[in-house]
Design a protein around this ligand. Sequence first.
Ligand code: DQA
Length: 147
Amino acid sequence: MSPIKTVLLIHGPNLNLLGTREPEVYGTQTLADHVKVAEVAVAQHGASLKSLQSNSESQIVDAIHSASGTIDAIIINPGAFTHYSWAIHDALKSFAGPVVEVHLSNPAAREPFRHTSVIASVAIGTIAGFGGQGYELAVHALFNNGH
Ligand code: DQA
């Protein structure tokens, strides 16, 4: 596999509210804080990070399409789209590079509707339940995974 030079970090709906949204579940760090952590970790591997947050499923699908040919790997926290967006599943399936799924909370330990991920099957792996540390873990896993 060719070396990863560019990584796209995608955040789904309501994650623009991080910092104030249910801090007891998602912590007090903002989206910008998480993006910065990922940016620093990606730079440690000599690569660069692009970042997108959208509340719109179609914008996320379009961004994944545009990533083909310009982006080598995707890290995605799809928010609630995790649990039902077959459109994002299909878009990621058509992306040639590795995909890592990240969640701040541990959806498996929460409400039953969060127990299903339609994204997990198109990811090389999922990191969940470790708060913001998950982004750093995802970056290092991506680069140390032979992908
Ligand atoms: C989340 C978990 C999802 O169930 C939820 O809808 C989110 C955030 C997480 O990071 O823990 O918006 O993806």
